[in-house]
Design a protein around this ligand. Structure first.
Ligand SMILES: Cc1cc2nc3c(=O)[nH]c(=O)nc-3n(C[C@H](O)[C@H](O)[C@H](O)COP(=O)(O)OP(=O)(O)OC[C@H]3O[C@@H](n4cnc5c(N)ncnc54)[C@H](O)[C@@H]3O)c2cc1C
Length: 470
């Protein structure tokens, strides 16, 4: 039965677009709020890949794809840091402090199912597999209409964009070849790649490491060449330091801008006090990043993105020791190389790609079976080809943040339109807020945003539904 056939239901309807970690946690927290308030509510949780509860990060079944944060920092329950560790213990999952991403996906799905049971029968969630290609005023009793790729529609009282990161963009022209994989996290993207031919991966971050582990494990002859401008690999997690950390620069009480040079200087000083304990400094700073980011001037933010971000990322997004050991083994066996350089040209040959790499004026050529883009999300949302985001931006329902990394919301997550007015009924959370908050893509931030957003979503949808009935 199509979801729209329920349209005459009197219950308020919340549409959650995207069912990765952000959409799943938004739905979970809204269900909990509805159960507490004992109100009737329907949630339509819509995902184009049907990866409800998993999304790009947690849909992997590979046992060596681990969370890059320890179990005590990945609880999806606000104010209960031990929740995930207890869940793992109760489910007999053995680990060394880092769970597999597949287990974490199971955890998210169970969390949603628990909230569903708690809220039933008055509040319910429908998991829908479809692509939302547009969001307009409905003209029906409800204010919003979601247009689906299969010509279906869902009318809703409120909606939340939980659409995740933009796919990567190629920084050079690429041939229209199936041998170029533009997004390794698309379902099935790597299925044909492990044929034993050499693979060039653009990027040397966490995604490259996952790709290298998967492909070398799937075929004994596969060799991976990672290429990135700086050739920097993510650092390795160490045991937590017991040292009390003096935070470098906290947001000033008067909200005067901290300034990027001052901030960098004080982080360096704090880290230099105990060179073995720099990880504690980075971790202590992390919850303050959104506040500090918002105080930086636009030129300082641009400077950070251009010159500092890659160094911050490799220290902030660290790998578990087990992953680091695996990577060391692959490099020692000659099955993974990491090269500084810039891909300047890719030409298609029969059954191969010729990849030309420039470094310090020298050009080398690699004959590769495959080229995989692991550079992370595209840096300019205004170039998006996604029909939903394109439509929201073009119609002025949404506006890009000044850095164009994502879209803008108010302090409570409501979408700002082209004139800067917050919507009463459209919200967003997680990676689309990267330009505004910078730290907004990992579970702790997404969890806290979802918990706060839930109350506002519930109030907005109930208010609209009541107005529609009046
Ligand atoms: C490989 C990887 C590993 C990671 N590991 C960690 C980690 O260990 N710890 C941590 O804290 N964070 C980690 N992260 C960060 C991660 O981004 C977040 O934890 C989280 O998974 C982001 O979830 P999301 O729902 O916002 O995005 P996604 O997981 O990308 O989900 C968005 C979903 O929305 C759907 N969608 C988008 N547009 C539409 C549309 N128009 N219609 C219908 N559906 C749509 C997509 O199909 C997708 O399923 C990792 C990220 C990646 C990519």
């Amino acid at each position: 039965m199509r979801y729209s056939e329920h349209a005459d239901s009197r219950a308020a309807t919340v549409a959650v677009i995207g069912a990765g970690a952000s959409g799943t946690l938004a739905a979970t927290y809204v269900l909990r709020a509805a159960a507490t308030a004992r109100v009737a509510l329907r949630i339509a949780l819509i995902d184009r890949w049907g990866q409800h509860g998993l999304g790009r990060a947690y849909a992997t079944a590979h046992p060596a794809h681990l969370l890059n944060s320890p179990v005590d920092r990945m609880s999806a329950v606000a104010d209960d840091a031990g929740h995930l560790a207890r869940w793992a213990e109760a489910n007999g999952i053995r680990h060394d402090g880092f769970l597999s991403r597949a287990d974490f996906g199971r955890y998210l799905r169970e969390l949603l199912a628990d909230a569903e049971r708690m809220a039933a029968p008055t509040a319910t969630v429908a998991r829908i597999t479809s692509d939302v290609v547009g969001l307009t005023c409905s003209g029906s009793g409800r204010p919003l209409r979601l247009h689906l790729a299969d010509h279906g529609r869902i009318d809703a009282d409120a909606a939340v964009l939980a659409t995740g990161n933009q796919p990567p963009a190629a920084p050079f022209p690429v041939p229209a070849s199936p041998r170029y994989i533009c997004d390794p996290w698309m379902p099935g993207a790597l299925d044909g790649v492990a044929d034993g031919s050499p693979v060039v991966v653009l990027g040397s971050g966490l995604t490259m490491l996952d790709v290298a582990v998967s492909l070398t494990g799937a075929h004994p002859q596969t060799v991976v060449h990672a290429v990135s401008r700086h050739g920097l690999l993510p650092r390795v997690h160490q045991a937590p330091s017991c040292r009390a950390v003096q935070l470098p620069v906290l947001p000033a009480r008067d909200h005067s801008p901290a300034g990027l040079p001052a901030l960098i200087r004080s982080v360096r000083v704090a880290a230099a006090e105990d060179p073995a304990g720099w990880q504690a400094v980075v971790d202590a700073l992390r919850p303050h990043i959104p506040g500090l980011w918002q105080q930086l001037s636009l030129p300082d933010k641009r400077l950070f993105l251009r010159h500092v971000a890659r160094y911050w990322e490799v220290h902030r997004h660290r790998v578990p020791p087990a992953t680091a050991r695996k990577i060391d083994q692959l490099r020692a066996a000659g099955r993974l190389s990491v090269q500084r350089g810039r891909i300047i040209e890719v030409a298609e040959k029969p059954a191969a790609l010729c990849v030309r790499i420039e470094h310090d004026g020298q050009v080398t050529e690699v004959a590769a079976g495959w080229l995989i883009n692991a550079t992370g999300p595209a840096a300019d949302i205004t170039g998006t080809a996604d029909p939903l985001l394109r439509g929201l931006l073009d119609s002025g329902q949404a506006r890009p943040d000044p850095l164009r990394l994502g879209i803008e919301v108010d302090a409570g997550g409501a979408l700002l339109d082209a004139s800067g007015t917050p919507s009463d009924i459209i919200f967003a959370l997680g990676p689309p807020l990267r330009g505004q908050l910078y730290e907004t893509t990992a579970i702790p931030e997404i969890r806290d945003q979802a918990a706060v957003l839930a109350r506002r979503l519930l109030a907005a949808s109930l208010g609209q539904a009541a107005a529609g009935r009046a």
